[in-house]
Design a protein around this ligand. Structure first.
Ligand SMILES: C[S@@+](CC[C@H](N)C(=O)[O-])C[C@H]1O[C@@H](n2cnc3c(N)ncnc32)[C@H](O)[C@@H]1O
Length: 353
């Protein structure tokens, strides 16, 4: 990873400090103000919360910081994108080095979904597909997404521990693997399994392949394809995973991805997704839907509102379970009100008959 010097480090540390203030102090103040106005125990709707905060100064600061800290992280004076620009030729040459046969399969003709390319997802200009350095930029950005998440086991190790409690897979597909953060955890945590990582982003997959070469990993293959139609073998796998993919798709694409996962799995195989569902609480939903709007993630709210268990059942899955996921130590403790994404594990099984 490139070092950009003290100014970059100071700027990014300042943003992370602001983000920590935002997710602890400002969030707690917004929540406190809502409870004061609406009462703690009265059942309320998302619209009631929105109306109660309409003229709130603290909520305006909260919303401004949520949007602009992320924007500054990518695009500010010492943001991730301008800081990489002087090294473009060097980084592109590094990404384009040959990799062992079978590790990386790109598809220059792939029809990239407009629902994804038309937005700067996470406020990353051009998204994960829009530039040859998008994977490197995304990797850098992901490291400062959640200030609390780096203290203990990583999020992906935690997810793999959940997976290990549900199955003992030998052929795994990881949908929407990005620059390999999720697939890498899987190929390292399941060294006996053959893992295929699928993503639409060539720049992410090229980075993922370079990381796999550096890991000397022999059990991973990356393919550029859509999760909705992977082109992989029918009933060729015993586990399909995704982490943080479903909320980046509109409901129709989520349904197609579920149907595709069902096709890929052998009988008795597992589909296990890590994503975000806000649950019943109106304040949690208001905050989550606002995050989707402010961070350019327009399908967060539709995913939360769609009938995901129904879609899984309709595709043929059974044993459908949605459980809260603790992404960092004590993240689910009610004692400290702090902003967090409402992580859940969505697990389902293809019938054994
Ligand atoms: C938030 S990232 C998560 C990456 C990785 N799973 C992780 O945990 O770090 C979502 C990824 O899904 C990919 N993606 C979005 N729509 C997709 C689709 N229809 N098919 C395959 N990948 C898709 C994006 O390119 C991006 O890399």
């Amino acid at each position: 990873m490139k070092q950009f010097g003290q100014r970059y480090d100071a700027y990014q540390s300042f943003l992370l400090g602001c983000k920590t203030f935002w997710l602890n102090d400002l969030y707690a103040q917004v929540k406190g103000e809502t409870s004061e106005k609406l009462g703690r125990d009265t059942p309320v709707s998302v619209d009631d919360i929105a109306a109660s905060l309409k003229d709130s100064t603290v909520y305006k600061y909260y919303a401004w910081m949520e949007r602009h800290l992320q924007k500054m992280k990518y695009s500010g004076r010492y943001g991730i994108i301008p800081s990489h620009e002087p090294y473009r030729a060097e980084l592109e040459a590094w990404l384009d080095q040959p990799v062992p046969e079978g590790l990386l399969s790109l598809d220059a003709e792939l029809d990239l979904p407009a629902y994804f390319t038309e937005i700067d997802v996470h406020q990353h200009p051009g998204g994960t597909c829009g530039d040859s350095l998008a994977g490197i930029v995304y990797d850098r950005g992901a490291r400062s997404m959640w200030p609390a998440a780096s203290k203990d086991l990583s999020l992906h190790e935690r997810f793999d521990t959940v997976v290990k409690g549900l199955c003992d897979p030998s052929r795994i597909v990881d949908l929407g693997c990005g620059f390999g953060k999720s697939a890498r955890g899987i190929y390292q945590d399941f060294p006996e399994a053959a893992v295929t990582g699928i993503d639409i982003s060539a720049p992410c997959l090229k980075l993922a392949a370079r990381i796999a070469v550096e890991d000397d990993a022999g059990n991973i293959a990356y393919r550029q394809a859509r999760a909705e139609r992977t082109g992989l073998e029918t009933e060729g796998y015993d586990l399909v995973t995704s982490t943080m993919l479903l909320h980046e798709m509109p409901p129709n694409a989520v349904r197609e991805t579920i149907t595709e996962s069902f096709r890929l799995l052998e009988k008795g195989g597992h589909a296990i997704h890590l994503d975000y569902l806000a649950g019943e609480d109106a304040f949690d939903r208001f905050i989550h839907y606002g995050h989707g709007k402010r961070n350019n993630e327009p399908y967060m709210e539709p995913l939360d509102k769609m009938d995901l268990p129904g879609a899984l059942r309709e595709a043929g899955f059974e044993n459908i379970e949605i459980t809260p996921f603790e992404e960092a130590p004590n993240a689910l403790s009610a004692d400290t009100p702090r902003w967090r994404l409402p992580w859940v594990v969505v697990a389902a099984r293809k019938p054994n008959y």
